[in-house]
Design a protein around this ligand. Structure first.
Ligand code: GGG
Length: 354
């Protein structure tokens, strides 16, 4: 009789800094339970690339870090940044952003959903928005410089880069997601004030829209849509925007979900052939790091997105259902929801709910 071949996925774990270490430990525990249940194998290798690593080596990751990661099926990342040790601009541009750029992970998909049994600051029961953030260019391209440093004539220039290829492909991804959901897409710019890049974004939106006649597209300015997130979130479904606008809007989305501890994200190259990367939206949270009280649900949910991306849809969906059972029971609320459940207790509850 032939032995059954168990599918195996190689996962690079980069816990990073602060609570990243705690929530990735919790997410990995849940992922292992799910893989056992669904009959596939997750093999991990952990990398200590972080601000501590920087203190030791002067780098956030080794020179061959990208080539090392290339051999994996996916990357699961915790949090990057420990400002007391390393300036944020160095840690972010030394680890997270280079990974996104090197593997052309141009989609940053961030689902915002008020989970059952949780509450956010709005008096609304329905909050379900998928934000699609452009992830490799725009305001975070890193182009710019400073001259006359430290003098009264100092000049700092930070250039946003918007390419037709970059804008078109993220919009297409947004339209495709809208087709799969409610058929509604919100495209975010500030084209009244930013008359080159954002007018260009609007033009490309109109062009791309003609290929998706069944999607109703509405253009919003970033300030107006921020207000709409709060006042009329039910009128929004899929929202697509630039790197900076997406970054800001998704912290707002996370807050409305009840806190950053609930917001998951997927950095994806839809063409495949490289590892995509999954991470909770939150950062390293130095104020609560090391206490075992961080909410691991954003990291666990990111793990579910990873499984779906790997093609393990049922396992990913089971993981999200287990998260929802845990929150709806009301018994395992973390500090962010006014409870006292620890990181480990919440993770154990999700495992039990599986
Ligand atoms: N979860 C990853 C992390 O540490 N995020 C903090 C952060 O500021 N990220 C910026 C970004 O997503 O571009």
């Amino acid at each position: 009789m032939m032995d059954k071949v168990t599918k195996e996925y190689k996962i690079a774990l980069i816990p990073g800094d602060g609570v990243g270490i705690e929530v990735i430990g919790a997410a990995w525990r849940v992922l292992n339970a799910v893989s056992d249940k669904f009959g596939f194998k997750l093999v991990s290798e952990s990398f200590d690339w972080s601000c501590q690593y920087y203190e030791r080596t002067g780098k956030m990751m080794p020179d061959d870090g990208i080539e090392t990661l290339r051999k994996f099926d996916s990357i699961l990342l915790g949090a990057v940044g420990w400002p007391e040790q390393v300036p944020d601009a160095i840690s972010l541009h030394g680890l997270l952003l280079p990974i996104r750029k090197a593997f052309d992970l141009y989609v940053n998909a961030r689902p915002h959903k008020l989970l059952p049994g949780t509450s956010g600051p709005l008096k609304k029961e329905h909050f379900d928005i998928l934000c699609i953030r452009e992830n490799t260019e725009g305001e975070y391209s890193g182009a710019g410089g400073r001259v006359h440093v430290g003098t009264a004539d100092e000049v700092a220039v930070e250039t946003s880069i918007f390419t037709r290829r970059g804008v078109e492909r993220i919009l297409r991804y947004g339209f495709e997601q809208a087709q799969k959901r409610s058929g509604k897409l919100a495209s975010v710019t500030k084209s009244n004030a930013q008359r080159h890049s954002m007018v260009f974004w609007d033009e490309v939106t109109r062009e791309v829209a003609s290929d998706y006649p069944n999607v109703e597209v509405t253009r919003y300015h970033i300030d107006a849509i921020a207000a709409r997130f709060v006042m009329q979130p039910e009128t929004l479904d899929v929202v697509v925007g630039s790197n900076l606008f997406g970054d800001i809007l998704t912290d707002l989305g996370a807050a409305i979900q009840g806190g950053l501890g609930f917001a998951a994200s997927a950095n994806i190259n839809p063409a495949g052939g490289v590892p995509s990367m999954f991470e909770p939206v939150h950062g390293s949270a130095p104020d609560i790091a090391g206490q075992g009280i961080a909410n691991p649900l954003a990291a666990i949910w990111s793990g579910a997105l990873m499984l779906e991306h790997l093609g393990e849809f049922s396992a990913g969906m089971a993981m999200l259902s287990a998260i929802e059972s845990t929150t709806s029971s009301g018994k395992f609320k973390g500090r962010d929801q006014g409870g006292s459940a620890t990181t480990d207790e919440i993770a154990s509850a999700v495992v039990a709910a599986l």
